[in-house]
Design a binder for this molecule. Sequence first.
Ligand code: GLU
Length: 306
Amino acid sequence: MSARPWYCGRFAPTPSGPLHFGSLMAALASWLDARAHNGEWRVRIEDTDMPRCPAGTSSVILRQLDSFGLSWDGEVLYQHQRNDHYQAALELLRHTGYAYPCGCSRKEWQRFPHYPGWCREGNLHPDRPPAWRLRIPHSAPDAQIGWHDRRMGAQHWPLAELSDVVIKRRDGWWAYQLAVVVDDNAQGITDVVRGADLLDNTPWQLLLQQHLGCPTPRYLHLPLATAANGQKLSKQNLAPALPDHGDTIRECLFDAIDMLGQCPPQALRSAPITEQLQWAVSHWQVSKLPSADVIHDDTGNRASSL
Ligand code: GLU
């Protein structure tokens, strides 16, 4: 086995639509952090849920990364090709008792804040195709899971607040929580830089890493970019795709560097992307990232000109 580099970052988009400004900020921050550490940066296409991923979107995303100068190392990993690896992880969890089959339907437990664990001691509906759930330890009522976030500081999560999350869906598709842990480990990821919308997924990922014997990466969760109207920039909210030509790419990249709190000089706004990225790598400071939970994209060009 080859030794792990001391820094390996990644960008792991779900190809349910082209990248928008919010996803550019996540990709850019992760890329800058990797390059500022002389580290590697990998791309993984998280297409476990194939029906949600229109054909051709992965290529669009890779072209977008390329046109913004965000070069990656090694082969792109596609989750739809990794069934055997997820199955092996599920087997391990099943044998160690950390995964259990559950035939309950959401309708049956919808009046509870989260799934109450009815199938923990045995599947109540063996006649139905099961989902597989992660068993959260409930031994000590005040037990917590904690970690340090590089921007947000100490995080503590009471285990009692965590549901027995689904790791394989009843329709046979692998769930994000399991796939992300298996693949962060397979790709040797040491540093995860991603949006704070995923902060509350981290406790499940830490538990899965522990159960599967995988190292826990360092985490940095970025503030969420919202449109001027306060709505999160997301594919669901129909945030516009990134621009795809010359000047508008340059301006958009500049705005992303700026919104990451890095204070680029105005003269850089019309500079070629390689020059902008070079500047941003050599001036990258995590301490300058905005401390707020959300940042408003008030540059205006996302809504009007993209
Ligand atoms: N695939 C996830 C998304 O596009 C990101 C996963 C991650 O960074 O852990 O939101």
